[in-house]
Design a protein around this ligand. Structure first.
Ligand SMILES: [Zn+2]
Length: 344
Protein backbone atom coordinates (compact mmCIF):
# COMPACT_ATOMS: atom_id res chain seq x y z
CA UNK A 1 0.00 0.00 0.00
CA UNK A 2 1.28 3.47 -0.89
CA UNK A 3 1.58 5.99 1.94
CA UNK A 4 1.22 9.67 1.13
CA UNK A 5 3.16 11.86 3.52
CA UNK A 6 4.89 15.23 3.64
CA UNK A 7 7.20 16.63 6.31
CA UNK A 8 5.33 19.91 5.76
CA UNK A 9 3.03 18.83 8.61
CA UNK A 10 5.73 20.31 10.89
CA UNK A 11 4.48 23.72 9.74
CA UNK A 12 1.66 23.29 12.23
CA UNK A 13 2.45 22.98 15.93
CA UNK A 14 0.28 24.72 18.49
CA UNK A 15 2.76 23.96 21.26
CA UNK A 16 0.31 24.06 24.11
CA UNK A 17 -3.34 23.60 24.92
CA UNK A 18 -5.64 24.24 27.84
CA UNK A 19 -6.63 20.84 29.22
CA UNK A 20 -9.00 20.63 32.19
CA UNK A 21 -7.70 23.83 33.70
CA UNK A 22 -4.03 23.24 33.00
CA UNK A 23 -1.84 24.52 30.22
CA UNK A 24 -0.12 21.41 28.86
CA UNK A 25 1.93 20.41 25.84
CA UNK A 26 -0.53 19.87 23.00
CA UNK A 27 -1.52 16.24 22.41
CA UNK A 28 -1.73 16.88 18.66
CA UNK A 29 1.98 17.27 18.00
CA UNK A 30 4.29 16.64 15.01
CA UNK A 31 5.82 13.59 16.69
CA UNK A 32 2.52 11.75 16.04
CA UNK A 33 2.99 11.67 12.27
CA UNK A 34 6.68 10.82 12.64
CA UNK A 35 5.85 7.77 14.75
CA UNK A 36 3.30 6.49 12.26
CA UNK A 37 5.72 7.08 9.38
CA UNK A 38 8.46 5.20 11.22
CA UNK A 39 6.17 2.20 11.67
CA UNK A 40 5.10 2.31 8.00
CA UNK A 41 8.78 2.01 7.06
CA UNK A 42 9.59 -0.55 9.75
CA UNK A 43 7.01 -3.05 8.48
CA UNK A 44 7.69 -2.28 4.80
CA UNK A 45 4.10 -1.30 4.10
CA UNK A 46 5.07 0.15 0.72
CA UNK A 47 6.45 3.30 -0.90
CA UNK A 48 6.17 6.66 0.85
CA UNK A 49 5.24 9.39 -1.61
CA UNK A 50 5.31 13.18 -1.28
CA UNK A 51 1.96 14.57 -2.46
CA UNK A 52 1.93 17.28 -5.14
CA UNK A 53 0.37 20.68 -4.41
CA UNK A 54 -3.27 20.85 -5.49
CA UNK A 55 -5.25 23.82 -6.63
CA UNK A 56 -7.51 25.42 -4.02
CA UNK A 57 -10.53 24.48 -6.14
CA UNK A 58 -10.37 20.89 -4.88
CA UNK A 59 -10.74 22.18 -1.31
CA UNK A 60 -13.49 24.63 -2.21
CA UNK A 61 -15.62 21.63 -3.15
CA UNK A 62 -15.99 21.16 0.63
CA UNK A 63 -15.05 24.41 2.39
CA UNK A 64 -16.46 27.90 1.77
CA UNK A 65 -14.16 30.43 0.07
CA UNK A 66 -14.67 32.98 2.86
CA UNK A 67 -13.52 30.43 5.46
CA UNK A 68 -10.44 29.55 3.40
CA UNK A 69 -9.58 33.26 3.03
CA UNK A 70 -9.97 33.65 6.79
CA UNK A 71 -7.67 30.69 7.55
CA UNK A 72 -5.08 31.96 5.11
CA UNK A 73 -5.07 35.57 6.34
CA UNK A 74 -5.95 35.52 10.01
CA UNK A 75 -2.40 35.21 11.32
CA UNK A 76 -1.27 38.31 9.39
CA UNK A 77 -4.31 40.14 10.67
CA UNK A 78 -3.48 39.08 14.23
CA UNK A 79 0.03 40.49 13.87
CA UNK A 80 -1.26 43.67 12.22
CA UNK A 81 -3.44 44.15 15.31
CA UNK A 82 -0.20 44.29 17.29
CA UNK A 83 -0.57 40.89 18.91
CA UNK A 84 2.23 38.42 19.46
CA UNK A 85 1.90 34.70 20.10
CA UNK A 86 -0.50 32.54 18.14
CA UNK A 87 -4.07 33.11 17.09
CA UNK A 88 -6.60 31.85 19.65
CA UNK A 89 -10.32 32.42 19.78
CA UNK A 90 -11.64 33.20 23.23
CA UNK A 91 -15.36 33.86 23.02
CA UNK A 92 -18.29 32.03 21.44
CA UNK A 93 -21.91 32.76 20.80
CA UNK A 94 -24.24 31.61 23.57
CA UNK A 95 -27.68 30.28 22.56
CA UNK A 96 -29.26 33.51 23.80
CA UNK A 97 -27.26 35.55 21.27
CA UNK A 98 -28.50 36.02 17.72
CA UNK A 99 -27.07 33.70 15.05
CA UNK A 100 -25.08 35.67 12.50
CA UNK A 101 -25.61 34.96 8.83
CA UNK A 102 -22.45 36.74 7.68
CA UNK A 103 -18.93 37.03 9.10
CA UNK A 104 -18.68 39.91 11.61
CA UNK A 105 -16.17 42.70 11.15
CA UNK A 106 -13.99 42.39 14.23
CA UNK A 107 -11.13 39.93 14.30
CA UNK A 108 -12.18 38.28 17.55
CA UNK A 109 -15.81 37.98 16.57
CA UNK A 110 -14.73 36.36 13.31
CA UNK A 111 -12.52 33.91 15.21
CA UNK A 112 -15.58 32.83 17.13
CA UNK A 113 -17.69 32.76 13.95
CA UNK A 114 -15.27 30.33 12.27
CA UNK A 115 -14.53 28.00 15.22
CA UNK A 116 -16.18 26.01 17.97
CA UNK A 117 -13.35 25.56 20.48
CA UNK A 118 -9.74 26.42 21.30
CA UNK A 119 -8.18 22.97 21.09
CA UNK A 120 -5.58 24.27 18.67
CA UNK A 121 -4.23 27.66 17.67
CA UNK A 122 -3.51 29.11 14.24
CA UNK A 123 0.20 29.71 13.82
CA UNK A 124 2.00 31.61 11.06
CA UNK A 125 2.16 28.45 8.96
CA UNK A 126 -0.96 26.51 10.01
CA UNK A 127 -2.65 27.36 6.72
CA UNK A 128 0.25 25.85 4.74
CA UNK A 129 0.29 22.72 6.89
CA UNK A 130 -3.47 22.28 6.59
CA UNK A 131 -3.26 22.73 2.82
CA UNK A 132 -0.52 20.08 2.65
CA UNK A 133 -2.63 17.69 4.72
CA UNK A 134 -5.47 18.20 2.24
CA UNK A 135 -2.95 17.62 -0.60
CA UNK A 136 -2.00 14.36 1.11
CA UNK A 137 -5.63 13.20 1.17
CA UNK A 138 -6.19 14.28 -2.44
CA UNK A 139 -3.06 12.44 -3.63
CA UNK A 140 -4.23 9.32 -1.79
CA UNK A 141 -7.66 9.61 -3.40
CA UNK A 142 -6.08 10.06 -6.82
CA UNK A 143 -3.95 6.93 -6.32
CA UNK A 144 -7.10 4.95 -5.59
CA UNK A 145 -8.88 6.58 -8.54
CA UNK A 146 -5.98 5.42 -10.72
CA UNK A 147 -6.58 1.83 -9.74
CA UNK A 148 -4.79 1.19 -6.45
CA UNK A 149 -6.83 -1.09 -4.21
CA UNK A 150 -6.09 1.19 -1.26
CA UNK A 151 -3.87 4.03 -0.11
CA UNK A 152 -2.90 5.63 3.18
CA UNK A 153 -3.01 9.41 3.54
CA UNK A 154 -0.87 10.14 6.60
CA UNK A 155 -2.48 13.51 7.19
CA UNK A 156 -1.55 15.94 9.93
CA UNK A 157 -3.19 18.12 11.19
CA UNK A 158 -6.24 15.84 11.27
CA UNK A 159 -9.57 16.87 9.75
CA UNK A 160 -12.80 15.25 10.90
CA UNK A 161 -13.81 17.99 13.36
CA UNK A 162 -13.53 20.73 10.70
CA UNK A 163 -16.77 21.69 8.96
CA UNK A 164 -17.57 23.67 5.85
CA UNK A 165 -16.59 26.92 7.55
CA UNK A 166 -15.18 26.17 10.96
CA UNK A 167 -12.13 24.76 12.71
CA UNK A 168 -11.89 22.99 16.06
CA UNK A 169 -10.70 19.80 17.70
CA UNK A 170 -7.16 20.26 16.25
CA UNK A 171 -8.72 20.23 12.72
CA UNK A 172 -8.69 23.00 10.08
CA UNK A 173 -9.51 21.35 6.74
CA UNK A 174 -11.56 18.17 6.56
CA UNK A 175 -9.15 15.85 4.74
CA UNK A 176 -11.53 12.86 4.65
CA UNK A 177 -14.41 14.96 3.31
CA UNK A 178 -12.16 16.51 0.66
CA UNK A 179 -11.11 13.01 -0.41
CA UNK A 180 -14.70 11.73 -0.45
CA UNK A 181 -15.71 14.66 -2.65
CA UNK A 182 -12.76 13.90 -4.93
CA UNK A 183 -14.16 10.40 -5.48
CA UNK A 184 -17.61 11.82 -6.29
CA UNK A 185 -16.12 14.35 -8.69
CA UNK A 186 -14.31 11.59 -10.54
CA UNK A 187 -17.05 9.15 -11.36
CA UNK A 188 -18.03 7.56 -8.06
CA UNK A 189 -21.75 7.49 -7.35
CA UNK A 190 -21.75 6.78 -3.62
CA UNK A 191 -19.00 7.13 -1.04
CA UNK A 192 -19.10 5.81 2.50
CA UNK A 193 -17.01 7.43 5.23
CA UNK A 194 -16.38 5.08 8.12
CA UNK A 195 -15.11 7.13 11.06
CA UNK A 196 -13.52 4.86 13.66
CA UNK A 197 -11.81 7.68 15.55
CA UNK A 198 -12.76 7.77 19.24
CA UNK A 199 -14.36 11.20 18.77
CA UNK A 200 -17.46 12.05 16.79
CA UNK A 201 -16.69 13.28 13.27
CA UNK A 202 -18.85 16.38 13.75
CA UNK A 203 -17.26 18.29 10.86
CA UNK A 204 -17.79 15.45 8.41
CA UNK A 205 -21.37 15.11 9.63
CA UNK A 206 -22.03 18.82 9.09
CA UNK A 207 -20.55 18.76 5.58
CA UNK A 208 -22.63 15.85 4.28
CA UNK A 209 -25.69 16.04 6.54
CA UNK A 210 -28.17 16.81 3.75
CA UNK A 211 -26.61 14.57 1.10
CA UNK A 212 -27.44 11.03 0.06
CA UNK A 213 -24.31 10.40 -2.02
CA UNK A 214 -22.11 10.23 1.08
CA UNK A 215 -22.96 7.91 3.95
CA UNK A 216 -21.21 8.68 7.23
CA UNK A 217 -20.96 6.08 9.97
CA UNK A 218 -19.18 7.26 13.14
CA UNK A 219 -18.34 5.26 16.28
CA UNK A 220 -17.43 7.49 19.20
CA UNK A 221 -17.62 8.47 22.84
CA UNK A 222 -21.18 9.51 23.71
CA UNK A 223 -21.53 13.32 23.49
CA UNK A 224 -23.18 13.17 26.91
CA UNK A 225 -19.65 12.88 28.32
CA UNK A 226 -17.19 13.32 25.48
CA UNK A 227 -15.80 15.97 23.15
CA UNK A 228 -17.01 17.51 20.88
CA UNK A 229 -20.24 17.32 22.96
CA UNK A 230 -23.52 18.62 21.54
CA UNK A 231 -23.28 16.45 18.40
CA UNK A 232 -22.93 12.74 17.75
CA UNK A 233 -26.23 11.42 19.08
CA UNK A 234 -27.93 8.48 17.38
CA UNK A 235 -30.97 10.65 16.66
CA UNK A 236 -28.92 12.73 14.18
CA UNK A 237 -29.74 10.77 11.04
CA UNK A 238 -29.32 13.38 8.29
CA UNK A 239 -31.76 15.88 6.79
CA UNK A 240 -33.70 16.22 3.56
CA UNK A 241 -32.17 13.97 0.91
CA UNK A 242 -29.60 13.01 3.51
CA UNK A 243 -32.15 11.54 5.92
CA UNK A 244 -30.94 8.09 6.93
CA UNK A 245 -27.43 8.60 5.55
CA UNK A 246 -25.81 9.72 8.80
CA UNK A 247 -25.25 6.93 11.32
CA UNK A 248 -23.99 7.74 14.79
CA UNK A 249 -22.92 5.13 17.31
CA UNK A 250 -22.38 6.92 20.63
CA UNK A 251 -20.78 4.54 23.13
CA UNK A 252 -20.25 4.80 26.89
CA UNK A 253 -16.99 5.55 28.68
CA UNK A 254 -15.06 2.34 29.30
CA UNK A 255 -16.31 0.65 26.11
CA UNK A 256 -14.23 -2.46 25.47
CA UNK A 257 -13.65 -4.48 22.32
CA UNK A 258 -16.81 -6.61 22.40
CA UNK A 259 -19.19 -3.66 22.70
CA UNK A 260 -17.17 -1.62 20.22
CA UNK A 261 -17.07 -4.53 17.78
CA UNK A 262 -20.85 -4.99 17.98
CA UNK A 263 -21.35 -1.34 16.96
CA UNK A 264 -18.65 -1.67 14.29
CA UNK A 265 -20.36 -4.75 12.82
CA UNK A 266 -23.74 -3.01 12.76
CA UNK A 267 -22.20 -0.05 10.93
CA UNK A 268 -20.34 -2.46 8.65
CA UNK A 269 -23.59 -4.14 7.61
CA UNK A 270 -25.33 -0.83 6.98
CA UNK A 271 -22.43 0.49 4.93
CA UNK A 272 -22.53 -2.73 2.91
CA UNK A 273 -26.28 -2.30 2.33
CA UNK A 274 -25.65 1.24 1.04
CA UNK A 275 -23.49 -0.31 -1.72
CA UNK A 276 -20.88 2.44 -1.89
CA UNK A 277 -18.48 2.52 -4.82
CA UNK A 278 -15.61 3.88 -2.71
CA UNK A 279 -14.72 3.95 0.95
CA UNK A 280 -12.91 6.55 3.07
CA UNK A 281 -11.78 5.50 6.52
CA UNK A 282 -11.35 8.29 9.06
CA UNK A 283 -8.56 6.44 10.78
CA UNK A 284 -8.24 7.61 14.35
CA UNK A 285 -6.75 5.09 16.74
CA UNK A 286 -7.61 6.89 19.96
CA UNK A 287 -10.08 4.15 20.95
CA UNK A 288 -6.89 2.48 22.27
CA UNK A 289 -6.91 1.66 25.99
CA UNK A 290 -3.85 3.79 26.77
CA UNK A 291 -4.88 6.87 24.87
CA UNK A 292 -4.35 9.84 27.20
CA UNK A 293 -7.49 11.76 26.17
CA UNK A 294 -9.93 8.90 25.51
CA UNK A 295 -11.93 6.38 27.47
CA UNK A 296 -12.31 3.24 25.35
CA UNK A 297 -10.37 0.04 25.91
CA UNK A 298 -9.29 -1.35 22.54
CA UNK A 299 -5.97 -3.21 22.40
CA UNK A 300 -3.39 -3.16 19.62
CA UNK A 301 -4.44 -6.55 18.20
CA UNK A 302 -8.00 -5.28 17.69
CA UNK A 303 -6.77 -2.79 15.11
CA UNK A 304 -5.64 -5.75 12.95
CA UNK A 305 -9.18 -7.14 13.08
CA UNK A 306 -10.61 -3.74 12.13
CA UNK A 307 -8.37 -3.66 9.06
CA UNK A 308 -9.34 -7.20 8.05
CA UNK A 309 -13.04 -6.40 8.26
CA UNK A 310 -12.58 -3.19 6.26
CA UNK A 311 -10.95 -5.28 3.53
CA UNK A 312 -14.08 -7.44 3.44
CA UNK A 313 -15.95 -4.58 1.78
CA UNK A 314 -13.77 -5.25 -1.29
CA UNK A 315 -13.99 -1.57 -2.20
CA UNK A 316 -11.46 1.02 -3.39
CA UNK A 317 -10.37 2.33 0.01
CA UNK A 318 -8.58 5.41 1.25
CA UNK A 319 -7.34 5.52 4.83
CA UNK A 320 -7.06 9.07 6.18
CA UNK A 321 -5.16 9.60 9.43
CA UNK A 322 -7.18 11.35 12.12
CA UNK A 323 -6.51 11.16 15.90
CA UNK A 324 -4.55 8.93 18.26
CA UNK A 325 -2.45 10.37 21.06
CA UNK A 326 -0.82 7.43 22.84
CA UNK A 327 2.39 8.15 21.02
CA UNK A 328 4.25 5.01 22.06
CA UNK A 329 1.65 2.73 20.45
CA UNK A 330 0.29 5.10 17.81
CA UNK A 331 2.43 3.74 14.99
CA UNK A 332 1.66 0.12 15.82
CA UNK A 333 -2.09 0.72 16.12
CA UNK A 334 -2.49 2.77 12.95
CA UNK A 335 -0.33 0.47 10.87
CA UNK A 336 -2.05 -2.61 12.34
CA UNK A 337 -5.25 -1.48 10.63
CA UNK A 338 -3.38 -1.19 7.32
CA UNK A 339 -1.60 -4.51 7.76
CA UNK A 340 -4.85 -6.20 8.73
CA UNK A 341 -6.33 -4.82 5.52
CA UNK A 342 -3.37 -5.91 3.39
CA UNK A 343 -3.28 -9.38 4.89
CA UNK A 344 -6.96 -10.05 4.34
ZN1 LIG B 1 -10.14 11.54 18.10
Amino acid sequence: MKTFYTADHHLHHSGMELSFGRIVETFEKPERAEIVLRRVKEVGLGPVIEPPAYDRAAIERVHTPDYLDFLQNVFAEWRAAGRDGEVWPYSWRHRSMPMLDAPPASLDARLSYYSFDMAGSITETTWQAARRAADTALAGADAVLSGERAAFALCRPPGHHAGRDFFGGYCYLNNAAIAAQRFLDNGHARVAIFDVDYHHGNGTQEIFYDRDNVLLASLHGDPDFEFPFHLGYARERGAGRGEGFNLNYPLPAGTGWLEWQAAFEDAHARIGAYAPTALVISLGVDAFKEDPISQFKLESEHFLTIGRRIADFALPTLFVMEGGYAVDALGINAVNVLQGFEGA
